[in-house]
Design a protein around this ligand. Sequence first.
Ligand code: ATP
Length: 493
Amino acid sequence: MSLTMDTLVSLCKRRGFIFQSSEIYGGTGSCYDYGPLGVELKQNIKRLLWRDFVQSRADMVGIDASILMHPTVWKASGHLDHFTDPMVDCRECKLRFRADHVDTLPWTHYCPATKGNKFTIPPGEPCSHCGARRTLCPDCGKGELTAPRQFNLMFKTFMGPVEEDASVAYLRPETAQAMFVNFDNVLQSMRMKLPFGIAQAGRSFRNEITPGNFIFRTREFEQMEIEYFVNPHDTVEGRPADEYWHDRWIADCMAWFRRYGLSGENLRLREHDKDELSHYSKRTVDIDYRFPIGWSELMGIANRTDFDLRQHAKFSGKSLTYFDEERKEHVVPYVVEPAMGVDRALLAFMADAYVEEEVRGEKRVVLRFHPELAPVKVAVLPLLKKRDEIVRTARAIRADLAKQWRVVYDDTAAIGRLYRRQDEVGTPYCVTVDVQTVGDSEKGEAGDGEVTIRDRDSMEQARVPMDALPAVFHDLLNGGAWSQVAARYPAAK
Ligand code: ATP
């Protein structure tokens, strides 16, 4: 089965992960809203990034900077002069494209060999009737394209009540610059020693010429970036420290994606060619993922050298150096930058988790999320919603477990359908309360106080005492294998 973007988009909308922004007004181009399940998933991704790359490491700290920064930041960083893409316009339909993306789009062709019939031809391919290649606008197929012009991708706005040149401000196009301009604040206040890193997760804005492919390329998105500062005079394992740490970060980021579920065959490293490198970069490696649209960048890990700190020192007139106690000298650290798009990571985790399978002659759609990523950890379901005692018990279990995890209660369908619904949003475990659990007071029968836990992936079930649930889920949601936990309890049918 090959998963299409349309399938994902429709699941995201139907099940409350992601909606088109301002949909009732016809939608805002390339902006999306995360719904109740999407927000949980995204927060889990950010929380795990923070836990694994900041909280658990003695050499990392975080910041949360403002989106609007001093305009000179963007002069110093090179964004005002270099953060551009070449764009071309169609002279007929006026649509605008990124010059380097035109041949990655399907193109419209009115074929002279077939009396001008209209065809849509796959990207980069010639017409199979007349052999022509695309020269005109890929969308309308009629207009000529203008010569490429450079277009700055930063969103411009004004600070304060007067719209004049002196009050121009920009929405940040990346989170990185705040780490450079706060380098000395962090160094002094936290008494950091090289090597150390500063992380930030937050919104970035780029006025992309050709956004698209759902949340893959949008104009407002979230990034998690790390600036990892190293002493360029140090060596680690016989190699220059910046090169050593660059490779370490590439390996750590790759391992992180694998750990939370991306399969190795859908991940690859891509080395930037010399002529592709950004103006500040000594070496850049992308981690590419095989998205439903094909192999594309998931994140980039660049060796930005000392470019940024030197530029900000030059433009601000402030010293941005580190005092090397051993060598008794001031150095400008080199920086390794792992830069991740949170939305792209979310798209990759969803695509990789998506499985369609056949169970007893019926199609089952499952998102096999890693339990730590799953938006909902446990769903508590009453087998019979007409029995008060069952409903009361199920609600009480939800309330108790919800002190620790995101847990939902659902009684709006029969149990089979409730299971399928939870499978489709990736809930790893369901708890079912039935007559046996609560007994029948009218007949004077006591319940056994046990509930059924169902595992999403194997669909196996075990019968567990209610009061053991917090401990059982503590195990299961912290890396415990279902088979081991289930072995302690009788299987349920
Ligand atoms: P691309 O080549 O796809 O435009 P980039 O190389 O310009 O991306 P970086 O500047 O390295 O991207 O940004 C780091 C990460 O931020 C990217 O790997 C991606 O995950 C994310 N990102 C960048 N632009 C966008 C966007 N328009 N929408 C969503 N995520 C983005």
